[in-house]
Design a protein around this ligand. Structure first.
Ligand code: NDP
Length: 326
């Protein structure tokens, strides 16, 4: 029998309950995967609380990411075999479960040398870093970047990869311990934005030149300051909203602050085509298997304790990546 975390009404962590569900057979093009590890992501909080609407209504099973073993193939699936060790970061929800059905076109095989836990922990966050650094802006030697929440799941992967590309990597983090952790993961400079003014510190660090690109997933609390950290015609990448949504703003502010660019990317549009997904996963597996990017699974929870995992994530208690174990 399949067990899944279901949400019948949007709300706090307690809205998530573990229930028995019936999965059915894979449809054409789908596979059934028995999960061995499930990735925890901030997007799960948005779907739980209702910040993001559930695409298929309620009840919903949260989660976009997991690793496991293929147990059954739907009609027409030739790219995978029963017994394959696989992982996915899929647009469709349903990962908080002991097993699920998912389109074979969303799934990649896990190479030797990468564990199931690592794969579950890193697919969504790691492929996000891939597109942010290589496709949203081409980061290379000479580029100066600012990344907020540097000790988080995406953050620790970002620091290591951006450093490898030769950039000057500036981060922010909410405590002294997180500052040290980020510094040990590629960030050249880390600002404690709970106690320091990050706009002033970025100006100091860059000698007034500021940044080519600011990656901001914090949203409401950092928005205006982030714009002030950009050089003229710099790029503001708003890709999340851990502190709340950025309120509507007059685009005139982009003119005042130096003809800035703004983009609001998502992994699901960057990796919508199979060839882009394969290349993104390939690049991620490459940096991980070469040891350029280390994946820190810093928290593990039982699937049944998903509510506690959400509490800790929202209370800013987690660092690096987190998995739920079925
Ligand atoms: P993190 O591990 O980074 O956790 C969020 C972090 O945000 C916290 O640890 C905290 O770090 C910081 N934060 C700042 N203000 C708040 C607040 N008010 N409440 C809670 N946290 C706050 O999560 P993920 O690595 O899973 O995701 C990071 C961000 O990236 C999220 O916003 C997520 O939605 C976004 N994302 C976007 C994707 C896309 O394609 N657009 C894909 C993947 C992730 P500190 O204490 O240091 O401030």
């Amino acid at each position: 029998m399949t067990h899944a975390i279901r949400i019948h009404q949007h709300g706090g962590p307690e809205a998530m309950v573990l229930e028995q569900v019936s999965l059915g057979r894979p449809a054409a093009g789908e596979v059934r995967i028995r999960h061995t590890a499930i990735g925890l992501n901030y997007i799960d909080v948005y779907y739980r609380s209702g910040v993001y609407a559930a695409p298929n209504g309620l009840p919903l099973v949260p989660g976009n990411e997991a690793a496991g073993v293929v147990e059954e193939l739907g009609e027409g699936v030739t790219s995978l075999q029963v017994g394959d060790r696989v992982a996915y970061a899929a647009k469709g929800l349903g990962a908080y479960a002991t097993e699920r059905l998912v389109g074979a076109d969303q799934v990649v095989k896990i190479p030797d040398g990468v564990s199931d836990e690592q794969a579950a922990a890193m697919m969504l966050q790691g492929m996000t870093v891939e597109y942010l650094l290589r496709r949203t802006y081409e980061v290379k030697p000479g580029t100066t970047v600012l990344y907020h929440a540097a000790a988080g799941g995406v953050g620790l992967i970002f620091g290591q990869w951006a450093k490898h590309l030769g950039a000057t990597v500036i981060g922010t983090a909410g405590s002294a311990e997180k500052v040290e952790l980020a510094k040990a993961h590629g960030f050249d400079h880390v600002i404690n934005y709970s106690s320091e003014n990050f706009v002033e510190r970025v100006a100091e660090i860059t000698g007034g030149a500021k940044c080519d690109v600011v990656y901001d997933s914090v949203g409401k609390d950092t928005f205006e300051g982030s714009l002030d950290c950009l050089r003229p015609r710099g790029l503001f990448v708003t890709f999340g909203q851990s502190s709340g949504a950025i309120p509507p703003f007059n685009t005139g502010i982009l003119a005042q602050k130096g003809s800035l660019y703004v983009t609001r990317p998502t992994i699901f549009s960057y990796n919508a085509k199979r060839e882009d997904l394969e290349e993104s996963a390939r690049a991620l597996f490459d940096v991980v298997s070469k040891g350029i990017v280390k994946i820190n699974v810093n928290q593990r929870y039982k699937l049944a304790d998903a509510a506690q995992a959400h509490r800790d994530l929202e209370a800013r208690k987690t660092t690096g990546t987190t998995v739920l174990l079925p």
